[in-house]
Design a protein around this ligand. Structure first.
Ligand code: ZN
Length: 208
């Protein structure tokens, strides 16, 4: 049986103040009291709200939707790489030092995690295009980044998305790795069973 000592929650808390990528819908919640007295809440949010995964149809018209991606990508052993030395972008040169193998799930801890998620900033550390290609060519199972997008804000070069998604490698975005040190963990970041959409919020946790 699989045993663990600790659960680390790497998800962003979700409420109406949770930061969103500029232009994306934020969360709205409406509490509804039923005649019986019980309460429920009506939610409105984007598929890329909070900690979430991108499916290929996020960038490709005929790409796979989130329900068509194997759950295996989102559950299993993973490695957190501490790349806080990267100032502007995570580069291929830095990643080459880690001996990344195929089939790994890789989460990148950058300075973004230390800076926090109280307000959106444009100059977040992103994944450089050649670094994205390098990882995608290794056929990893999932890439995770600690900010709202894998790509540079405002850049027209969408390689950081397309390099992964054209190979059906899901991108886990908006995870908070502030309380996670470099090393090996068991990741669970399972999308909701939403049908025919381009991504899904997840509750992302690491077990150790
Ligand atoms: Zn996304």
């Amino acid at each position: 049986m699989f045993e663990y000592k600790k659960i680390i929650d790497i998800s962003l808390p979700l409420n109406e103040k949770t930061i969103v990528y500029p232009g994306d819908p934020s969360l709205s919640m409406e509490k509804i009291k039923k005649p019986s007295g019980s309460q429920l809440t009506k939610l409105s949010l984007g598929t890329h709200f909070g900690s979430h995964v991108d499916a290929p149809s996020h960038v490709f018209d005929f790409g796979k939707n989130i329900n068509e991606m194997p759950l295996e990508n989102f559950v299993g052993s993973c490695r957190v790489l501490d790349v806080r030395e990267c100032q502007e972008a995570v580069t291929k040169e830095v990643l080459e030092k880690f001996n990344i193998a195929s089939d790994e799930r890789i989460l990148l801890k950058t300075k973004n995690s230390d800076r926090g998620y109280d307000e959106f900033y444009n100059d977040y550390v992103y994944l450089a295009s050649d670094a994205a290609k390098y990882l995608a060519d290794k056929n990893i199972k999932l890439i995770g980044v600690d900010y709202l997008s894998v790509k540079q804000k405002g850049s027209v070069d969408n390689t950081p998305h397309t390099a992964f998604l054209e190979k059906n490698i899901p991108i886990l975005e908006s995870i908070n790795l502030a309380n996670v040190e470099e090393g090996e963990y068991f990741l669970m970041a399972v999308p909701l069973a939403l049908q025919d959409v381009d991504g899904s919020p997840v509750r992302a946790i690491l077990l150790r």
